[in-house]
Ligand binder design. Structure first.
Ligand code: XIL
Length: 580
């Protein structure tokens, strides 16, 4: 072996406008001595002794080494090792393309216009791009990989050309998706699972069928689903006391099959109500329901829906979007264009939560969490956020069974993360959960738009990692073409592009979850809890304090001094501690 340096698995990252490509070099030929030869085989795998493949300098350059191939009366294919730790089966699952640079000289045009062949063994061969038409320069050639069923440690490549002379350089596998969907440690789901957090996506039943990349993108990257429309009242109760749960059931079944959770959206909303009740987005009452009748309708709807989905839905948006826009921040105002607000009045909110809780408890589903959900309630600098707080706190004080509030988070690159964190803490102090339920971040499809967008997604992920009261973040659509935001041309609000390539936003979310999960593991290792001879936990008088990201803040301080730390979350003696 005359390889000078054994340098396998060189992974490089390149950045395109929408997604990050990952490369894995098979061979750059830089680590071989000039004159090193590779074996050449025919299509059936028999060695062709008369053909040669030797490492040379690229024509006209002593800085760049490449492979010079000379074939005889049959086309020959050069055998290269697949980088360490990988096999033909693994690479074709994880990489979508083989890319290499090829070149022929004007003096020998036998290579011109011939097909590229990529072979795994003698049985699995794929023909690829032709079009090597310009002499005297390296031309990049891409070939889409197909799956290889058998275990292979080598790959053979070459042009389907007889009596040809040509050069090969920079042979690499390319992952256009930006991450390896088959390596679970590269997915948000994996790290969110470790932290016990929910990373979710909305879905419609028509997106569930099939087995392609888009379906995989749902269940490999997310551990929670929510029906985009499937559990809304117009879908679930199309006639008075006539229920149809088929769409929601499809989502629940898909989620079960992939070990995912489901959040329910939504039990009571002024929009997407069935025609037999009245008009959506309207305070009018065309059917002339009395207050009592409408309360009975709502109670029946909530009870039957909650009980149908008992144990299969972990969180419900009980009431959606009941606040009006434009709030002063003092008290709260309810929207006018809602039949619930207009005919029943303020008490429909409390009643809806009580009915939902009773319905769940009656069938033993004590764990389902009940949320008040709305848009534009994220930053503490916004009046509507304070209105949300005022309403939720009022309910909580009255003993209404509300577990928390949902920030829909339909937003843009101006999202005020600092103001949001203040709000999260306010809800925390009030004993309420605070989750992110319908995230989309409008941004232009430019490098700077996508970068800022990624920062906003990352910031939200950090809140979810950091705060125990924030168990859930859900994006409102899988990719930029499946978004209710209709200016698809100018705005790309989600974490995947329409070809399911991960955008920077997704990769930032993965990194954030990973950072916290690894820090939590490290902190748990640092401080093993000890027990005394009576089996009681020993309380260490001296403790080490870490930030949530694993940085040591203080060592060996008295436990009593912990309260004097700046307000925030810490790991003290292996446990998360919130200092007010
Ligand atoms: C949207 C859906 O995405 C659309 O498909 C549908 O046509 C209208 O509703 N706030 C909510 C969601 O609570 O239910 C909305 O979903 C988006 C705004």
């Amino acid at each position: 072996m005359r390889r000078l340096l054994l340098l396998f698995s060189t992974v490089l990252f390149g950045l395109s406008a929408t997604a990050k490509e990952t490369y894995l070099y098979i061979e750059k030929f830089t680590d071989f001595e000039i004159g090193h030869s590779f074996k050449v085989y025919d299509v059936k795998g028999t060695e062709i002794k008369s053909a040669t493949a030797t490492v040379q300098y690229a024509p006209g350059s002593t800085a760049n080494k490449c492979l010079f191939v000379k074939t005889g009366t049959t086309p020959g294919y050069v055998e290269l090792d697949i980088p360490d730790g990988l096999t033909g089966t693994k690479v074709t699952k994880s990489y979508d393309r083989i890319y290499m640079q090829l070149r022929y000289e004007s003096g020998n045009t036998a290579a011109k216009g011939t097909n590229l062949k990529v072979l795994y063994g003698s049985t699995e061969s794929f023909s690829g791009a032709s079009g090597l038409n310009e002499a005297g320069k390296f031309v990049g050639q891409n070939y889409t990989t197909k799956s290889v069923s058998s275990f292979k440690k080598t790959v053979r490549i070459g042009l389907e050309a007889k009596n040809a002379e040509y050069y090969i350089d920079n042979v690499r596998y390319v992952n256009v998706y930006g991450y390896d969907i088959n390596d679970e440690t590269q997915t948000a789901r994996y790290w969110a699972d470790k932290l016990g957090k929910n990373i979710g996506c909305c879905i419609s039943p028509n997106q569930i069928s099939g087995s392609g990349r888009s379906v995989e993108t749902f269940y490999k990257n997310f551990n929670m689903l929510v029906g985009e429309n499937a559990m809304k009242m117009d879908a679930t109760e199309p006639g008075n006391n006539s229920f149809n749960f088929s769409q929601g059931d499809q989502i629940v079944n898909f989620a079960k099959a992939h070990n995912m959770k489901v959040r329910g959206h939504t039990l009571c909303w002024h929009s997407q109500i069935p025609g037999w009740i009245g008009e959506s987005n309207s305070g009018s009452n065309p059917k002339g329901w009395t207050k009592k009748q409408l309360m009975d309708i709502l109670k029946n709807h909530i009870t039957k829906t909650v009980q149908h989905y008992a144990f299969n839905v972990v969180e419900w948006d009980v009431v959606n979007e009941t606040l009006s826009d434009g709030q002063s921040g003092n008290g709260y105002n309810l929207r006018d264009n809602s039949i619930w607000v207009k005919v029943i009045g303020r008490e429909f909110i409390d009643s809806a939560f009580v009915w939902a809780r009773r319905a769940a408890d009656a069938v033993g589903d004590y764990n389902v969490k009940l949320y008040l959900n709305d848009y534009n309630v994220d930053s503490w600098n916004g009046g509507k956020t304070k209105a949300m707080y005022n309403l939720a706190v009022e309910m909580k004080k009255k003993g209404i069974p509300i577990d928390g509030i949902g920030m829909q988070t339909h937003t843009n690159i101006g999202y005020d993360l600092a103001g949001v964190e203040t709000a999260v803490r306010k809800f925390q102090e009030a004993g309420l959960n605070c989750i992110f339920t319908e995230i989309d971040v409008k941004a232009s499809n430019t490098a700077s738009g996508l970068k800022t967008q990624a920062q906003k997604y990352e910031g939200i992920a950090e809140f979810v990692c950091k705060y125990d009261i924030s168990p859930t973040m859900v994006v409102w659509g899988i990719d930029d073409n499946h978004s209710w935001i209709d200016d698809h041309e100018t705005s790309v609000p989600l974490m995947f592009d329409p070809d399911m390539h991960a955008k920077q936003a997704y990769l930032s979310v993965v990194d954030m979850f990973k950072k916290y999960a690894e820090a939590a593991e490290a902190a748990a290792e640092v401080d093993d809890i000890e027990f005394d001879e009576d089996g009681l936990q020993k309380v260490e008088e001296k403790v080490d304090v870490y930030t949530l990201t694993g940085q040591k803040m203080a060592s060996g301080i008295d436990r009593s001094e912990v309260d004097a730390l700046p307000s925030g979350l810490y790991i003290v003696g292996g446990r998360k501690v919130y200092v007010k």
